[in-house]
Design a protein around this ligand. Sequence first.
Ligand SMILES: *Cc1c(COP(=O)(O)O)cnc(C)c1O
Length: 499
Amino acid sequence: MKYTSTRNNKISINASEAILKGLSEDGGLFVPIEYPDIYNSLNDIKEMNYTDLSTFILKYFIPEFTETEIHNCAINAYKNNFNCTNCVEVRNFNDISFLELFHGPTLAFKDMALTIMPHFMNQSKETCKFSSDIAILTATSGDTGKAALEGFKNIDGIKIAVFFPENGVSEIQKLQMRTQTGNNVYVSGIYGNFDDAQNAVKTIFSDRNYNKYLNSSGTYLSSANSINLGRLLPQIIYYIYSYAELLRKNIINCGEKINFVVPTGNFGDILAGYYAKKMGLPINKLICASNDNNVLYDFFNTGIYDKNRDLILTESPSMDILISSNLERLLFDIYDGDSEKVSDLINSLYSNGKYSIPEYIQKKLNCFKAEYADSSDVKKSIYDVYAKYGYVIDTHTAVAYSCYQKYIKNSNDDTKAIILSTASPYKFASSVVSALGYNPSKNEFDDIDLISKISNSEIPESIQKLKTADIIHKDIYSKHNIKDAVSKFLDIRNGGDLI
Ligand SMILES: *Cc1c(COP(=O)(O)O)cnc(C)c1O
């Protein structure tokens, strides 16, 4: 199994190298050049728990790791970090199932990949005989930062610094990050919004002298961004696991096709579903659900990707994105690996803010359907799902539910479907209680108590602990001084300015 770049198909490298590199030098994303076929193994898969299934799938994709090494990565990630035995829960109601991907340490689906990726990185260092330390730098709009901190904390040979916009994350998210424990972590606010934080981090990555200086002192910078192959591969697993779960519960017959509905932002989650389909998992449609930032809805319906519009801040903030980076991997696939063509499209995206694909290529997107939901759709969905099933969903899952209702209405498709539930309602408590018809409190912990009462479920321990946790990280930097913060954290005097 080798990987190539979406912008230069002559490249051929191993998974472990791709995981350490993150991005290809040409700016492209790493993609597999072939896919294993699991269709004939579905009956065996039915018998596997989450860790064993992870090992079974990942060994095809990272063959240079031994089976024991892969199994150890999976055990370290999935054995004790989740509050249910098999990492995910599938909730079945008579006409719909929800795949709950929020049982990890930070209560959002990013934990599914970010709990295992640090172990891939460490193993990759060993396999590639890479002896320098790695420093992960991440700007976050909320969910990724906390999930990365939890995943990378206390991992030898890797340090992690997370910068969040002082004015751009929820109080709970801020508290989650400022109370982060671990002997290799650093967290700071940045004055400004997400773009300010993101740009500040980008300047460090592109500062050649500073990077040279860091390298000479034995540290390499890397990121935990969702374009890293190490985040994509683990997401394939839960599509297969949830299919097996429907088999175990006799809801479907082996080989029967099902639909998946995916709340989408950067296109990483749904792309993993597409890869699962390429591997023979019986999938009929992948329904791409967007919020008001409906760039992907337009793309799938017209063949034109156009980011020339204002970003709308919604109550499903993890989907507030205008450039869905992982879509580049899908383009590479539908253009049959023509990396020149993909480069042209991406160049056009960066120079004109848009590109379009011809009709014969668009036809290859047949297995995708796209819908979008606005803020009143989201509120109504949270309310309706509670009224119909007594089940409380978060705002991102509500986008998917609403889109699924629109899809059924437009298509009359009665294929059984799974909605990917990407965050716990406890994480977006005030939006959820307000959708359910209550007045949100000034103190988010009151709303959290209310959700517990309404849904008759226990408040997750990670939220419970926040109430009394010590604030460990108090820094707030200006975006111009973030290099000082990084140098101080890495304990490097003069921050490279001497060179
Ligand atoms: C990141 C995120 C998404 C979007 O996933 P992508 O892989 O970026 O498409 C959806 N919901 C939640 C809660 C998220 O954190």
